[in-house]
Design a binder for this molecule. Structure first.
Ligand SMILES: C[S@@+](CC[C@H](N)C(=O)[O-])C[C@H]1O[C@@H](n2cnc3c(N)ncnc32)[C@H](O)[C@@H]1O
Length: 298
């Protein structure tokens, strides 16, 4: 049963130290079933991401929220040189397993996977950054996991500055978040969207916590019914999986401003709603920000 009290982590996760909401392994275990498996991310999503990376001539990509490796694997398969990091060893375990299984393919043998936290990212992977990556990606509503522990968004700002330091001049950052403006207004979260295309019955219960009259935390209780999985890939003891994840509800305007502060006024900024130019879709599920870091050479 879903918990009735707001805990920001699923029961069983460590309550001290780095707040790894995936530490109990519950979400990691069923993550790909929730997403709809590796090949099921919508074609629009793949077209958009590959389109941007190829249009900009990218070769080296840093995936700062690789999780189970879903996007990184697609990029390795498409011929990019990929460095993947994540703070959760429970999630990384699945990425590492995939790399091991495909290690005889030289593209996978070269795939670098490290544990790193956005708040200390540049120090964590300085030796891998070199002159900077052509692109840094932070997708799948990952950034919103970084909560506002001090009430002034300082860790989120620090993380964005770390992302900026990993991008080479002329390179870019692709970062997304759910449409929290709509989640706050409607109190609901869509289970199916540009990223998540589950074939299993999935329900998401949404709770919004207000602090001093301001939305400070969105908690999503996910319920995934795995009983229809014909191959029994995900099923062990229980047919129904429940897990809870909490997010900082980024308002579009405020988040855009934080990005501008991190990358400076000379960089260029574009926003997409569900991969369409902003405004094309009335209420998109996701916003994606494309920030091109200023280079004095252009
Ligand atoms: C929603 S999952 C998305 C993973 C993948 N991009 C996808 O779409 O399937 C979010 C990931 O962000 C990672 N994460 C959350 N906070 C982090 C932090 N402070 N530093 C590094 N990774 C973090 C989590 O461990 C998790 O694997």
């Amino acid at each position: 049963m879903a918990q009735n009290v707001i805990n920001t982590r699923t029961q069983g996760a460590a309550l001290e130290g780095m707040k790894d909401q995936y530490a109990d392994g519950k979400a990691a275990k069923v993550w790909e079933a929730f997403i709809g498996d590796k090949n099921s991310r919508t074609q629009n999503y793949k077209n958009f991401l590959l389109g941007v990376l190829r249009r900009k001539g990218c070769k080296r990509i840093l995936d700062v929220a690789c999780g189970t490796g879903i996007d990184s694997i697609m990029l390795v398969e498409e011929g990019f040189e990929v460095v993947s990091v994540d703070a959760s060893d429970k999630m990384l375990k699945y990425a590492l397993k995939s790399r091991w299984a495909r290690r005889r393919d030289s593209a996978f043998d070269k795939w670098t996977i490290e544990e790193a936290n956005w708040v200390t990212l540049y120090d964590d992977i300085e030796d891998l950054v070199g002159d900077g990556f052509d692109a840094v990606i932070c997708l799948g509503n990952s950034f919103a996991h970084l909560l506002d522990n001090f009430g002034d968004q300082r860790e989120q700002k620090l993380a964005l500055r770390n992302f900026e330091k990993c991008v080479k001049p002329g390179g870019f950052l692709l970062i997304d978040h759910r449409n929290y403006d709509n989640i706050i207004d409607s109190g609901e979260t869509a289970a199916k969207s540009i990223y998540y295309n589950p074939t299993h019955t999935t329900d998401i219960k949404t709770s919004v916590l207000y602090v001093s009259g301001k939305p400070a935390l969105v908690t999503l209780d996910y319920l995934i019914d795995l009983s229809s999985d014909k191959e029994d890939r995900w099923v062990e003891e229980s047919q129904v999986s429940e897990f809870r994840l909490s997010y900082y509800p980024h308002r579009l305007k405020v988040f855009t401003h934080m990005l501008e502060q991190a990358f400076g006024e000379n960089s260029t900024y574009q926003i997409f709603g569900d991969f369409r130019p902003l405004g094309d879709i009335e209420t998109p599920n996701f916003y994606i920000h494309l920030v091109e870091k200023y280079s004095s050479f252009f």
